[in-house]
Design a binder for this molecule. Structure first.
Ligand code: HEM
Length: 160
């Protein structure tokens, strides 16, 4: 990728913005009747860990890999949770609400990449949650997400 192109992590606003996102999001999750019950035992660090995970996927620091067990650990957290499609969809809807509420960039390019990643990741999380012991998390590398087909950050028409 061209060195002048910011990563999704940088464009999102870095660690501080992603922490704001997940903090607001898990507040909504914990109050929600559909998805709240599966998170009733989440740790106080949960939102910071998920922010670190997403940040790393988006090209930020490798904090989740270096300090929180890496991709394998994330997959392991979902095994046996038996998530339903209704719960996954609510998770996505609440995350999108939180993204708007905390003012994550709302340009078409960023939201396309963001939504593609969480749609993909949440479907894998749901699949893994129903796999039980047949899942081998070792074979799943940490994903690295980019801008995708839109091809880079939004540029206002006058800057093109
Ligand atoms: C892109 C999608 C997703 C990502 C990146 C993600 C990431 C993570 C991470 C990093 C953890 C471990 C947190 C920690 O270390 O404390 C975790 C745990 C968990 N996730 Fe996800 N997740 C995703 C989707 C989902 C969805 C769609 C659901 C449910 C509808 C879900 C339910 C859970 C649950 C129940 C836990 C364990 C909570 C506990 O410790 O009790 N995840 N997730």
């Amino acid at each position: 990728m061209n060195e002048d192109v910011p990563t999704l992590f940088e464009w999102a606003g870095g660690t501080e913005a992603l922490n704001r996102l997940t903090h607001t999001f898990y507040g909504k999750v914990s109050r929600d009747a559909i998805v709240g019950p599966v998170f009733k035992n989440m740790s106080p660090d949960h939102s910071a860990h998920v922010a670190a995970f997403i940040g790393e996927v988006f090209g930020g620091p490798k904090t989740y890999s270096e300090e929180h067990g890496g991709h394998r650990e994330m997959v392991m957290h979902h095994l046996g949770k038996h998530l339903s499609e209704e719960q996954r969809r609510r998770w996505i809807n609440l995350l999108t609400d939180a993204a708007d509420e905390v003012g994550l960039p709302d340009d078409p390019e960023f939201r396309s990449a963001f939504t593609a990643y969480v749609e993909w990741g949440s479907r894998l999380a749901r699949m893994n949650s129903n796999l039980g012991e047949t899942c081998d998390p070792e074979t799943e590398p940490m994903p690295a997400w980019g801008w995708g087909v839109p091809g880079g950050p939004y540029k206002p028409p006058s800057a093109k």
